[in-house]
Design a binder for this molecule. Structure first.
Ligand code: AMP
Length: 217
């Protein structure tokens, strides 16, 4: 099964994608994580995108399409969860072309809806495990055992530089202006489902799983 998670920054796409990855053995394809890995490695691509990411703007479609095309051909038939791609209509169109070329179909497009007013709080409080990437939040989702990652036990955590309140506003603007227009694109194809991303994390997971089970059924 191949799915696409859509929604604004802070909607919980990464958290839900990680859960689906653990439970169903699907592969999370997070373009944000891919770019952060390029930056951490100090690659030419990492250096090229650094300022754009830190300003909360979108990296160019050409770069993103090339990055994801590379990963999709390496999947070897495993189901995937696209998280953070596509983020523009040209990216959505290019994705369709590359999937068709590889004989792959998207089974479900799931939008996590969250009020803008809740997003700044969600993003500003979040952090993740440096080792395995599991996501947490200062108030809503702390590690269960005293500062140790629930998934891998690491005590090393990181915060994203673009999760600062100043940058979050730019990221939300980019979402509304450039990414939200892809929702009608998928609605027209009849594959778009919405889940209330304001609900408790476990409730969101259950709702996403219900959609996936119906799709399998
Ligand atoms: P994310 O982790 O998905 O919030 O992505 C972090 C940042 O990476 C975004 O604010 C963009 O600067 C960049 N980025 C990630 N995915 C894309 C994409 N599909 N198109 C353009 N920029 C992206």
């Amino acid at each position: 099964m191949n799915i696409l998670l859509l929604g604004p920054p802070g909607a919980g796409k990464g958290t839900q994608a990680k859960r689906l990855e653990e439970r169903y053995g699907m592969v999370q394809l997070s373009t944000g994580d891919m770019l952060r890995a390029e930056r951490a490695a100090g690659s030419p691509l990492g250096k090229q995108v650094q300022a754009i990411m830190d300003a909360g703007k979108l990296v160019s479609d050409d770069i993103m399409i090339a990055l994801i095309a590379n990963r999709i051909t390496q999947l070897g038939g495993k189901g995937f969860i696209l998280d953070g791609f596509p983020r523009t209509v040209p990216q959505a169109e290019a994705l369709d072309v590359m999937l068709e070329k590889n004989g792959i179909a998207i089974d479900q497009v799931i939008e996590l809806t969250v009020d803008d007013s809740a997003l700044v709080d969600r993003i500003a409080g979040r952090f993740s495990c440096k080792n395995c990437g599991a996501s947490y939040h200062d108030r809503h989702n702390l590690p269960k055992h005293n500062g140790q990652c629930d998934v891998c036990g690491s005590t090393d955590f990181v915060r994203r530089p673009d999760d600062k309140a100043e940058t979050v506003a730019a990221r939300l603007t980019a979402y509304h202006e450039q990414t939200a227009p892809i929702l009608p694109y998928y609605a027209k194809k009849g594959v778009l489902r919405s889940v209330d991303g304001m609900a408790d994390i476990d409730v969101v997971t259950t709702q996403v799983e219900t959609i996936l089970n119906k799709s399998k059924g």
